[in-house]
Design a protein. Structure first.
Length: 456
């Protein structure tokens, strides 16, 4: 045992402490309660506990456990080996249960937060998408509204500039244009067939800022032979002085764009106009400038394709959610060596289009990842859309069939956006749709001037 007075070890059988002489018999008597000790006794007891090395190494180097004040050494060692009281065990059990409860509560709280976040994201995404579609269609409607409110501009498929029919200007009453193939020029009027539309992009004095009700731009056909409704050797196709009042051209809101359909040509010039018209010219009754004149396909018309084959099986029977993209890279085997001038790609697909006004109709297109910067792609110069509602190049639309289950995109449209050497720039080719979609295949084939109507 250890001396209660000096803390040194007392040999077994000794009557007194060999160090300080304290009586062992007195040490074995019951210890007085701490409250009954005098201040000196309490101070001495604390001093003794400290000297005894509570929790520190003794003189002999042995580690002694920390002792509680007021206990004898035997009582201390006995208590170290006793189990915790039942009440204390119960408190520990309750404590453990409380910890588990808090963990479960925190986990449940986090799950609720995640669920709420997902719901908010979905609601916000759908709301933003619907708002975007609504705004896009409002803008389209505003731009397409003409002097006749029942007419709107067509989103033309494969709209291409007519060579030489650009950068023209004239005063009010004067006309400028191109000579047709019949008159010795290069443009063949046989390309203007059922389903095609000619579009003039122009400016006139007083336009571009406010709504203009006048038909202030039209075409003049010049002939060396007999033309239906011809007075002299020229006739207006549409416009103020058109001899056929029923012909109503399609103007945008501010009259900077006007469309003339094949039917407009036939109504004014007759079905055989390609055999009699030697020149086509732009004209206005005010000062004007024309940046370009184009030819494209109306919705519901497509090219007749020959030698058609599957581009790559990677596009067969693939699906995606709205705005999702899937495809194949050159590293994965994409081969575009057969994609040459005079060919086109066709996406055969199905899409879950909402039955509501304002749904996007230009709803399936190609996405390209390029290994070179493409200026027409905008802020992300190595990634962009070829045709589609989000294509950044004005007037580039795919040729859709009437049921919106196939869309054709020509070699010339890729070149129009990416440049003539686009094939070496393409790293990955993908498809994308505005709504949940399934692509059955992507094919490649040749096309010419043969056009077919896909739905009555």
């Amino acid at each position: 045992m250890y001396c209660k007075k000096c803390g040194r070890q007392i040999p077994n059988g000794a009557a007194t402490c060999p160090n300080c002489g304290a009586s062992v018999a007195e040490m074995l008597q019951p210890t007085a309660q701490p409250g009954a000790q005098t201040g000196n006794q309490q101070e001495q007891a604390e001093h003794n506990w400290f000297d005894a090395g509570a929790g520190k190494e003794s003189i002999t180097g042995a580690k002694k456990p920390t002792q509680n004040k007021g206990w004898s050494n035997d009582e201390f060692y006995n208590r170290q080996n006793q189990p915790a009281p039942a009440a204390q065990q119960e408190n520990l059990s309750v404590s453990n249960l409380n910890k588990k409860g808090w963990i479960a509560l925190i986990a449940a709280f986090l799950v609720v937060i995640i669920v709420i976040g997902v719901i908010i994201y979905n609601v916000a995404y759908k709301s933003a998408t619907k708002k975007y579609i609504s705004e896009a269609n409002e803008n389209e409607a505003a731009n397409n509204q003409g002097a006749d409110k029942t007419l709107q501009l067509y989103a033309l498929g494969n709209e291409q500039p007519i060579p030489g029919f650009s950068n023209l200007a004239g005063n009010g009453g004067t006309s400028q244009g191109i000579v047709t193939k019949l008159g010795g020029g290069t443009f063949d009027l046989n390309k203007i067939v059922e389903g095609t539309v000619v579009t003039i992009y122009y400016e006139t004095s007083g336009t571009g800022e406010t709504y203009v009700a006048d038909d202030n731009m039209w075409l003049v056909a010049i002939s060396n032979g007999e033309v239906k409704n011809l007075k002299g050797d020229e006739i207006n196709v549409g416009g103020k002085n058109c001899t056929v009042p029923s012909v109503k051209l399609r103007y945008n809101t501010y009259h900077t764009k006007v469309q003339i359909t094949y039917d407009d040509f036939v109504t004014c010039l007759g079905k055989n106009f390609a055999e009699t018209v030697t020149a086509l010219e732009c004209c206005s009754d005010v000062n004007w400038k024309v940046s370009k004149v184009t030819l494209g396909l109306m919705p519901g018309y497509q090219y007749v394709v020959t030698d058609e084959k599957v581009l790559d099986p990677a596009f067969n029977e693939i699906v995606g959610a709205g705005w999702a993209q899937r495809g194949i890279s050159k590293n994965e085997g994409l081969d575009l060596s057969d994609f040459v001038p005079g060919t086109l790609l066709t996406i055969n697909y199905e899409e879950v289009i909402p039955d509501e006004s304002g749904a996007i109709t230009d709803n399936m297109w190609f996405v390209v990842f390029s290994n070179e910067d493409i200026p027409a792609f905008g802020d992300n110069p190595t990634w962009g859309r070829i045709t589609g509602s989000q294509c950044l190049t004005e007037g580039v639309h795919g040729c859709y069939n009437g049921t919106r289950t196939s869309v054709q995109v020509t070699y010339e449209q890729f070149a129009q956006i990416m440049g003539g050497d686009f094939l070496k720039k393409i790293n990955t080719l993908q498809v994308e749709g505005a709504y949940d979609w399934c692509v059955h295949s992507v094919t490649i084939g040749n096309y010419s001037n043969d056009i077919r109507k896909t739905v009555d």
